[in-house]
Every structure is written in C-alpha cells, then in structure tokens.
Design a protein around this ligand. Sequence first.
Ligand code: ATP
Ligand code: MG
Length: 255
Amino acid sequence: MSTSTNASTDLLTFRGSSLEVRDLTMAFGDIKVLRGVSLSIAPGTTTCIIGPSGSGKSTLLRGINRLHEPASGDVLLDGESALKVKPDVLRSRIGMVFQHFNLFPDHTALENVALALRSVKGMSKAEAKERASRRLAEVGLAERADHRPRDLSGGQQQRVAIARALAMEPEVMLFDEATSALDPELVKGVLTLMAGLCERGMTMAVVTHEMGFARRVADQVVFMDEGEVVEAGKPADLFDNPQSERLQRFLSEVL
Ligand SMILES: Nc1ncnc2c1ncn2[C@@H]1O[C@H](COP(=O)(O)OP(=O)(O)OP(=O)(O)O)[C@@H](O)[C@H]1O
Ligand SMILES: [Mg+2]
C-alpha cells in the first residue's frame, strides 16, 4: 500500500516515491527526440516541465511509464529500474493523465474508475465499486457517478480521469497538459485539484503551459528544448532569472 487514510479529512494521503530519469534517449525511427535527459524528483514533490512545442515533453512522460520504450538510459522508481518492471505493473505504480481524458464513452464515471481495479488489481465488483466511489467523491464527483462522459463537462471528465489514476494508488502521477483541452473557466478547478494531490504527498511530473501554476505549485521547474533539459531549478530562479538565451526567448513568448 502506498497510501493511508487521513481520518480527520477522510482524504487519502499519499506516500509518493522518488523518480529519477538518467541520461534517457528516445527516438522515433532515426529521429532522436530525447538526447540524454536527466532529472530527479524527490518523493512528495512536484516538478513542472515546460518548453516549446516539439521539445520532447510528452515523449519524456511516455518514456517514463513506457508507453514508448526508451532507446537508452534508465528510469528509477523508488530506486528500482522501471525498465525491469512489467509495463502493466509499472502503469499501476505511475499514473498518467492526458490532455484528452481517454474515458470509455459507454461507461459511467464510476465504471470508468472501477474497470482497471477489476482487471489490473483483480478486485471483486463490490470492492472495485466501493473504492471507485470514494475516489470520485474525493475529486468532487460523488453526485455524478452514474453519468456517462458525454453528460459531464470537460473539467468533470478530467476529474474522472484523475480519480481513475488515483484509484490504482500510484506512487507517482504524470500529467500531460491536463488542462489544455478545457474551457478557461474549468481550468482553475482542475489545477486546484492537482495542487491538492501534491499537498497530500503525491510525487508529480506535470507538463504544463500554465506558468502561474508552475510558479506557485512546483518545487522544481524543468525547461526542455530540442530533446534536452536546458535549465532546471526553483520556479523563482527560472522565471525571474533565466540563464540561457533559449529560456529567455521562451518566457518572452509565453508570459
Ligand atoms: N509517434 C511519433 N512518431 C514520430 N515522431 C514523433 C512521434 N511522437 C512525437 N514525435 C516527434 O517527437 C518530437 C517531440 O514530440 P513531443 O510530442 O514529445 O513534444 P512536446 O514537447 O510534447 O510538444 P507539445 O508541446 O506540442 O505537446 C516532435 O518532433 C514530434 O514530431
Ligand atoms: Mg506534448
């Protein structure tokens, strides 16, 4: 178990694991997309990954939970090589939330959360339902458990996707532009939910264009360009005192 119940709030507290990426290279055919990326995320901390389109941010997250296999280098989850863990098991230990929520359209919110608990965790129907209900309540969707995705707002659908990932009791959560597809008025609620996970001890790697969120919530910001980490450090250092010309240019375009 990577989690325990905090009785006063009845919210789960998480025991996030450390995540270390060592000299990771990834390629699509002959095209090198990551060129030796290294970064280290301490347990229970949040790292925001920023950078221009095509810099390799999504590829990095996909390499970390092996949706695409790295060409070389290593990923250490709690000190153990993620490349040696079975992909299914790895993906229950490292949850991922995408820009497009990837929910099953013909299943209710509750079923979307419960399905993987049945298939991956092997829970009984009743157990899975009980756990899924709790996770939905935690993301503020107790009332919407029986709705299908099309009857939920984008923000609510993204909450279901987050509840689904959390239901597996992961040690690390990866977010790939989780708010980019949302209407502006729904962004804040999802960002607040994400910030809450971090406060409850989850280890998080968050690819985001929300610079305000990165500045406020991140323990570390990593700036990537052309498949490399160009700068990494405290948000105030990167945003207020960027060292490289590339980061200066990027910030002048996005801020
Ligand atoms: N499946 C694929 N096949 C071939 N090339 C790919 C594939 N996926 C990504 N790439 C290429 O890898 C590079 C990095 O892409 P990636 O999606 O990681 O960038 P990103 O930083 O996430 O960009 P964005 O901010 O637009 O999401 C790009 O040049 C992209 O065209
Ligand atoms: Mg991307």
